[in-house]
Write a protein that binds this ligand. Structure first.
Ligand SMILES: *Cc1c(COP(=O)(O)O)cnc(C)c1O
Length: 427
């Protein structure tokens, strides 16, 4: 027996599961090469941005207190603006997560009486409370901001006619979510997002187009800001933090919009001038530097998972051969037991907390119990190998991340091992 086989076995992966996985992996060489090409391009893009902005050791200094003239922070924001080809960017540890970054971008740029339009149907669950779709203290609705949404067509594409008739004089921001989130619709390519933006701008040129870019960064060689988005928004404990950022979010876009975000994040009058970084900037830079190859590892994991589970007869979104626009892989396991076993397998493959067994629970911001598997160095980080699933039909699990390809592979094999062990799958 090969040494690697015996180590897999020692870690709980049986020979049939390994063999099944390896056979599928062998057929994916070309896909993996294409993923590596994208990573190569994006790696150059990030290094180029760091060079252009003359990143140096002073950028990593610890700054406390008010944080005036935090050179590392200000330079990092220029680097992000260069990577996203925008006028400006706000990249801060005070932005606590993706939901906060999105909420900030909206609240900073909407005023009472104005309207937000979602062109991509129902937004990510946590945004329902931000917007006030589900009544919530402090929602945009409480401040007199109205909301409309245009649902996607039954094939998952944009409803252009619907969008056209939903835009009127009060429409101030059109938001587009790139990734599927907790839905089983397809994620959008940057090209498709560009078409919608162009369409919206033809109807109402002064409308602000915002893209929820969570999970999409570095999956393609261009970003939504390259196709006309006025603001792109995301979390640093997803793709662009490269697994090293311990907290944070970013908003990249038009200077006037980003300036408003600064005033909303801190205070009117203070804006971006304050906000000490307390020594985290070095991990923000280094994480951004690693992000293109980390995203490539995660993508390879997603493609392997799609191919394994499709072969076993499950519905997977995206399917085994589709092109990828984010790092999320949905697998419809069809039963609560399937979702739970899958997640327990992912957990068992983790470097941290591998011995704990995840349970479904009522998480704030979600409308059903959710099970989450994450043995992460950064709590809740979903660029690290993780899986989660709401315990509601169609009992789909959403799998994402993997800082390294071998870990992503181990996680998927372990998920399969757990399904086999529970008698839910026979190979
Ligand atoms: C993760 C995610 C969010 C919210 O981010 P959190 O960091 O979990 O608050 C919003 N939109 C999409 C599409 C996401 O994937």
């Amino acid at each position: 027996m090969l040494e690697i086989e015996s180590l897999y076995r020692e870690m709980g992966i049986s020979f049939p599961v390994l063999q099944f996985g390896n056979k599928i992996e062998e057929a994916l060489k070309e896909r993996f090469e294409a993923i590596d090409c994208t990573a190569e391009y994006n790696q150059l893009k990030v290094i180029h941005a760091m060079q252009e902005n003359r990143v140096n050791a002073e950028c990593f200094n610890y700054v406390s207190g008010y944080g005036y003239d935090d050179y590392g922070r200000d330079t990092l924001e220029k680097v992000y603006a260069s990577v996203f080809h925008t006028e400006s960017a706000l990249v801060r540890p005070q932005i606590t997560c993706g939901t906060h970054a999105l909420s900030l971008a909206l609240a900073a740029n909407l005023r009472p009486g104005e309207e937000l339009l979602s062109a991509a149907g129902k937004p990510y669950d946590t945004l329902e409370e931000v917007i006030g779709i589900r009544p919530s203290n402090g929602s945009l609705a409480e401040y007199g901001v109205t909301y409309r949404q245009v649902d996607l067509l039954s094939d998952g594409s944009f409803d252009f006619d619907g969008i056209k008739s939903a835009i009127h004089e009060k429409t101030k921001i059109v938001t587009i979510q790139r990734s599927k989130g907790y839905q089983t619709r397809p994620s959008f390519s940057v090209g498709q997002i560009g078409e919608v933006i162009q369409f919206v701008k033809e109807i109402k040129p002064d409308v602000i187009c915002m893209v929820d870019n969570c999970y999409g960064e570095f999956v393609e060689t261009i970003e939504p800001s390259d196709v006309g988005a006025d603001m792109v928004v995301g979390s640093l404990i997803k793709n662009p933090g490269g697994g090293l950022a311990p907290i944070g979010g970013y908003i990249a876009g038009r200077e006037d919009l980003i300036e408003n975000c600064g005033y909303r994040l801190t205070s009117p009058g203070l804006g971006r001038e304050v906000g000490a970084t307390l020594g985290v900037t070095q991990s923000f830079y280094q994480g951004l530097f690693l992000a293109p190859t980390v995203v490539a590892s995660a993508l390879k994991g997603a493609v392997l998972a799609a191919n394994i589970y499709e072969k076993l007869g499950y519905k997977v979104v995206p399917n085994a051969s589709e092109s990828r626009h984010d790092i999320i892989q949905a697998v419809e396991l069809g039963t609560p037991e399937g979702v739970i076993s899958f997640c327990r397998g992912i957990q068992a493959a983790a470097p941290v907390d591998s011995y704990v067994s995840p349970e479904p629970w009522a998480m704030p911001g979600y409308d059903s119990d959710v099970i989450m598997a994450a043995g992460a160095f950064v709590q809740g980080s979903s660029i690290e190998l993780s899986a989660d699933g709401p315990i509601k039909p169609p009992y789909a699990v959403y799998f994402q991340g993997g800082l390294t390809w071998p870990h992503a592979k181990l996680g998927i094999l372990m998920s399969l091992q757990y399904l086999v062990k529970e008698g839910l799958v026979t190979l």
